[in-house]
Design a protein around this ligand. Structure first.
Ligand SMILES: [Fe+2]
Ligand SMILES: [Fe+2]
Length: 407
């Protein structure tokens, strides 16, 4: 049976643009039902008739702004995916608009790009169609915003001739980001010969791939409150950094290129992001889930499903997917405890993060009494890498002699 058609609503005060979007997407009518509105008020009326799966809105409109519309949509229809499509360049305004939004697409947009972005949002929706998961994510009133700075860095990297000077200047505009990044870079974890004092030197040493990962993860981690009873942010960050470092090393040991190794690094940094969301948004229930795991001797994921109806892996993947991060990252996060459930059967960021997470747990157990994650033996056998495990453990021991910083 075919999945039901997704309902997509376009909102733009320029009726010509709205017609263009709607007509181009018309050839997708077998999978999408496209409607349009020329104001926020009209959009809300249409949503009241029947809810939409995705709302794509312009930002600047005469009466109700796109930001206002997104905030109202979030309150009334938390399960609707919210995308802003706008030509504004002012980073502060973009940052403000992102609070109620899942994804920001800069205008002018190639229709192909728009089609891809919508396709990704909708297929992710099928992939993570679990109603419990959608409802759970809808309950978070403050999802971390998508970092505008990351978008700028990615734009620069997408340039045929990316300039690391311009990237460094962009990052340096955010003092809090720069401070945290230099703290991490100067930690012994990176094993640098001398102290790095600015963002340009940092990129020269680390390469743009690692920089990209740090910009994104530092932003995300710092958007959560640090003091949540029963949850150690410090321990969370160390685990993320260790997994990122090991996942990248595992990829390199398999002969992967730099881009794939960088993806594994970023996936390692973000793999448990759903835990952070659950622990800070619903702390009482999160503690209940941890207690359930201990009392019944079951993995945390099983206890989370019991308490929340979904796991931290699903929640994290859902968020990254809404932000439009590449499928390779979304899959690595979604299946980091259960890689056999993915379609992937080659050694990639998913396998690297799965192994890194378990080996890090063996080496630095989070809590002695919490059941540790286990390796998916069938998956490693299917990839024909099970005989490498001892080498990987040795690699991890070597890496572990370079300590991770504490904040
Ligand atoms: Fe996890
Ligand atoms: Fe983990």
């Amino acid at each position: 049976m075919l999945p039901p058609r997704k309902r997509i609503l376009f909102v733009d005060d320029n009726p010509v643009l709205v017609r263009v979007y709607a007509s181009v997407l018309q050839d997708e009518s077998h999978r999408w039902e496209v409607r349009s509105a020329t104001s926020g008020e009209q959009a809300l009326d249409l949503m009241a008739e029947a809810p939409f799966d995705v709302v794509v809105t312009d930002l600047r409109m005469p009466q109700m702004s796109g930001t206002e519309l997104m905030v109202k949509t979030r309150a009334l229809y938390p399960r609707t995916s919210r995308i802003i499509l706008s030509g504004i360049r002012d980073q502060a305004e973009i940052a403000r608009s992102l609070g109620g939004t899942h994804q920001f697409i800069p205008k002018p947009v190639e229709l192909e790009t728009l089609r891809d972005a919508l396709g990704r949002v909708c297929s992710l929706d099928n992939f993570l169609m679990d109603e419990n998961l959608k409802t759970l994510v809808g309950r978070f009133d403050a999802l971390p915003s998508f970092p505008a700075l990351y978008l700028e860095v990615m734009n620069e990297l997408g340039d045929p001739e990316p300039s690391i000077v311009r990237i460094a200047e962009t990052v340096a505009q955010d003092p809090a980001m720069t401070a945290t990044m230099l703290r991490i870079v100067n930690s012994v974890a990176f094993g640098l010969a001398r102290r790095i004092s600015n963002t340009l030197e940092a990129i020269q040493y680390l390469g743009t791939g690692t920089m990209r990962s740090l910009v994104l993860s530092v932003h995300i981690f710092s958007s959560f409150q640090r003091n949540v009873a029963g949850f150690s942010m410090d321990q969370f960050e160390r685990h993320a950094l260790r997994c990122a470092r090991l996942a990248r090393a595992l990829m390199q040991s398999q002969g992967a290129d730099d881009a794939a190794a960088d993806d594994a690094y970023l996936a390692g940094m973000l793999h448990d992001i759903g835990k952070l969301l659950l622990a800070t948004s619903l702390p009482d229930q999160y503690r209940k889930a941890a207690a359930h795991a201990v009392a019944h001797g079951v993995p945390l994921g099983v206890a989370e499903t019991e308490v929340f109806g979904a796991t931290h892996a699903g929640v994290g993947a859902y968020l990254l997917g809404l932000w439009g991060l590449p499928a390779v990252l979304v899959e690595a996060v979604a299946f980091h405890h259960t890689p056999s459930r993915s379609e992937l059967r080659t050694f990639g960021p998913l396998a690297a993060v799965h192994v890194a997470n378990v080996l890090d747990g063996e080496q630095s157990p989070p809590l002695r009494y919490l059941p540790v994650s286990e390796l998916d033996g069938d998956y490693l056998a299917a990839l024909k890498v099970e005989d490498q495990l001892e080498n990987w453990r040795e690699l991890n021991r070597t890496l572990s002699t370079q300590p991770i910083p504490s904040s």
